[in-house]
Design a protein around this ligand. Structure first.
Ligand code: CP
Ligand code: NVA
Length: 321
C-alpha cells in the first residue's frame, strides 16, 4: 500500500531504481546532490540527520568485496534510523542457488530497498525487473553510479558550479569511467577520457553521455593520449587498471596501461588539478604515491561523500525525506 502511494506521487525525474548514472536525469541528480550537501553540512556541524529511514530495512547483497560501499551504506542507513542486512558473496549464491528473479521476489517480502553489487550488469537488471522496491547499483561491470554521485558532490564542494569545468579520466574505460561520463554530462562538465587502444568506454555509454552533454552544455572527448586529456583539467581521475572479476588479465593490463599512470610527470600538464580516485588504489600502478597523497588529492573526500549521497539517494528513492 505504501509503495503504491509512493509510486503515484513519484515525479517524472524520480526513478524507481538507480541502476545507471543516467537514471536520475539532471534534475534528479541535482536534487539528490543538494540533499547530500545538506546532510554533509549537518554532520560537519554535529547535528543528527533525523530519522528519515526509521523502520526501513535495506538488504545489501554483495557478490564482490567492498570497504567504502558497504560501510557507508550500513553507517548511513543506521544513522537515519533504518537497518541494513549485509549478505556477502558466500551467502545468497545468485545464479547458483537461486536466480536473481527469485532472490528479488523473496527480498521484497521483507525489505524496503535492495543495494546490489554484482558482476554482470544484466544480473542487476534481472533482479531490478523482479523487484517492487528500489534497487540501487552498488557496482556492476558496467557502472558505479553511487561513486559518480559522490564524485560530483566532491567536485562541487571544491569547485562550486560544475558547468564548464574540465575533468580528465585516465586509464580503463570501465564502470567508474562510464558512470562519470553520464553523471558528469548531466552536470555540464567537459570530460576528456584517455585510455589505451582497445580499452575505450562503451560506445553506447559514450553516445548517451554525448546526448546528456548536448543538453547540459557539457562535452565528451574520448582519446588515447593522456597528456592531451589532462592539459588544462580542473580534476584528473583514475581507477584501477584491473577491475574485480578481470584479475586473470592483470599482467597484460600492467603492460598495456604502463603509459597511463597518474603521476607528477602527467600532472605537470595541470599542476593545480584535483586528483581523484574511487579507491582502492594500486599504488605505483595507476597512480603514484605522490599524486594519491599530494596536496590536491581529494580521494578521502570522495570516500566520505559516499555516505551523504547514498543517504540522500535512499531518502529520495523511498520518498522519506
Ligand atoms: N570505491 C568503492 O566502491 O570502494 P569499495 O569497493 O571498497 O566499496
Ligand atoms: N573499477 C573497479 C572499481 C572498484 C570500486 C572495479 O570494478 O573493481
Amino acid at each position: 500500500m505504501t509503495a503504491v502511494t509512493a509510486r503515484a506521487r513519484r515525479p517524472a525525474s524520480r526513478p524507481r531504481h538507480l541502476l545507471s548514472s543516467a537514471d536520475l536525469g539532471p534534475d534528479g541528480q541535482e536534487r539528490v546532490l543538494a540533499l547530500a550537501a545538506a546532510l554533509r553540512r549537518g554532520r560537519h556541524a554535529g547535528r543528527a540527520p533525523g530519522h528519515g529511514l526509521e523502520g526501513r530495512m535495506v538488504a545489501m547483497l554483495f557478490e564482490k568485496p567492498s570497504l567504502r560501499t558497504r560501510v557507508t551504506f550500513d553507517a548511513g542507513i543506521t544513522a537515519l534510523g533504518g537497518h541494513a542486512i549485509y549478505l556477502g558473496p558466500d551467502e545468497v549464491g545468485i545464479g547458483r542457488r537461486e536466480t536473481a528473479t527469485d532472490v528479488a521476489r523473496n527480498l521484497v517480502r521483507w525489505v524496503d530497498a535492495i543495494v546490489f553489487r554484482t558482476f554482470a550488469h544484466t544480473t542487476l537488471v534481472e533482479l531490478a525487473e523482479a523487484s517492487s522496491v528500489p534497487v540501487i547499483n552498488a557496482l556492476s561491470d558496467l557502472e558505479h553510479p553511487c561513486q559518480a554521485l559522490a564524485d560530483m558532490l566532491t567536485l562541487a564542494g571544491r569547485l562550486g558550479s560544475l558547468r564548464g569545468r574540465r575533468l580528465a579520466f585516465i586509464g580503463d574505460g570501465n564502470n567508474v569511467c562510464h558512470s562519470l561520463l553520464l553523471a558528469g554530462s548531466n552536470a555540464g562538465l567537459r570530460l576528456s577520457v584517455a585510455t589505451p587502444p582497445g580499452y575505450e568506454p562503451s560506445p553506447i555509454v559514450v553516445r548517451d553521455a554525448l546526448e546528456l552533454a548536448r543538453r547540459s552544455g557539457g562535452s565528451v572527448e574520448i582519446g588515447t593520449d593522456p597528456r592531451a586529456a589532462v592539459a588544462g583539467a580542473d580534476a584528473v581521475y583514475t581507477d584501477t587498471w584491473t577491475s574485480m572479476g578481470a584479475e586473470a588479465e592483470a599482467d597484460l593490463r600492467r603492460i598495456r596501461f604502463a603509459g597511463y599512470r597518474v603521476d607528477a610527470a602527467l600532472l605537470a600538464g595541470a599542476p593545480d588539478a584535483l586528483v581523484m580516485h574511487c579507491l582502492p588504489a594500486h599504488r605505483g600502478e595507476e597512480i603514484s604515491d605522490e599524486a594519491l597523497d599530494g596536496p590536491t588529492s581529494v580521494v578521502l573526500d570522495q570516500a566520505e561523500n559516499r555516505l551523504y549521497v547514498q543517504q540522500a539517494l535512499l531518502l529520495d528513492l523511498l520518498e522519506a525525506s
